[in-house]
Design a protein around this ligand. Structure first.
Ligand SMILES: [Zn+2]
Length: 300
């Protein structure tokens, strides 16, 4: 989950809605996600090495895959991600586990009141809207602060990203507030994301469509962070490509080293949406998009 700031004028809204209709027709077309057909071939459930329960693809309680690594990509992230999960969030329905399975070296999940150790408040942000909206900052603002406080050569990779850790809260729209009350989170800077509309099929009462699934929010945050740090490849960013129906275009794209991370954004973290895309397509093969309640929510 996370909030996005959506621009408010009516004109802007209809433009957002029009653009959204195009994206909704084929939401993952632009993203560089490994072919998910490998998952469709897996009929049997596997047994989790840790809890021994029967699972499909991965264990959503131990965040451990039950299929071989040939069936899913691994993603390397430029910073560490901690996810704090609400104890009553239903494991099987949350998308937080996707991040931990796909980027095991960089993502850790805590079930509240378990809590990540925050060693450096300046290098850590909470991706969540502050109650006091004046205190919210954008990803772009993180870079402004960096320019003011630090003039180390940008050639040194460690200094390209102004933070080292981002915390996300994994819970429903209603549960999130109870975790946010924790004083340790209140001491962190709150970052809000740019406009993005959720493709999550799970309907949540009263939540608007810009309330993202956790995995969507993590992906969005990393794309913004990377784009401000290093730019975005023109070809990747071309919205016109969405008009074409290019569902056959898929990418066996796995980022495994720092060198690839240091390129302009061209999809390095898109595979975080690998299981999300597979499940989205499965749900949409069973149900008509226009009839799913989750997509009937207003975009604003
Ligand atoms: Zn398990």
């Amino acid at each position: 989950m996370a909030n996005c700031a959506v621009e408010s004028s009516t004109d802007r809204l209809s433009e957002v809605e029009d653009k959204q209709m195009i994206i909704d027709r084929n939401p993952f077309a632009r993203l560089r996600i490994k072919d998910t057909r490998a998952l469709s071939l897996i009929q049997k459930r596997g047994k989790c090495d840790f809890c021994h329960k029967s699972r499909k693809f991965f264990c959503y309680t131990c965040y451990h895959p039950v299929v071989t690594c040939l069936h899913f990509p691994r993603v390397k992230l430029p910073i560490k991600i901690d996810i704090i999960k609400h104890p009553r969030e239903i494991d099987g329905k949350s998308t937080a586990a996707h991040a931990a399975v796909l980027a095991p070296m960089d993502v850790k999940i805590y079930t509240y009141p378990d809590f990540p150790e925050i060693l450096n408040k300046e290098e850590t942000v909470l991706v969540f809207p502050n109650k006091d909206s004046a205190k919210n900052i954008t990803v772009e603002d993180l870079f402004k602060r960096e320019e003011r406080s630090c003039d180390i050569s940008p050639e040194i990779p460690e200094t390209i990203f102004p933070i080292k850790r981002a915390i996300f809260i994994d819970s429903t729209w209603q549960q999130t507030k109870s975790i946010y009350k924790d004083q340790r989170l209140r001491e962190l800077r709150c970052v809000i994301l740019r406009s993005r509309i959720s493709q999550f099929w799970r309907h949540q009462k009263k939540s608007p469509r810009w309330y993202l699934a956790t995995i969507e929010a993590i992906h969005q945050f990393l794309v913004e962070l990377h784009t401000y740090a290093l730019g975005i490849e023109e070809e990747y960013n071309n919205f016109g490509d969405l008009m074409e129906s290019n569902t056959d275009k898929w990418f066996d794209y796995c980022v495994t080293n720092n060198e690839e991370i240091m390129q302009k954004y061209n999809g390095q973290y898109d595979n975080l949406l690998y299981f999300f895309k597979y499940m989205y397509e499965k749900i949409h093969s069973m149900y008509n998009h226009n009839r799913l309640l989750a997509y009937k929510r207003p975009v604003k």
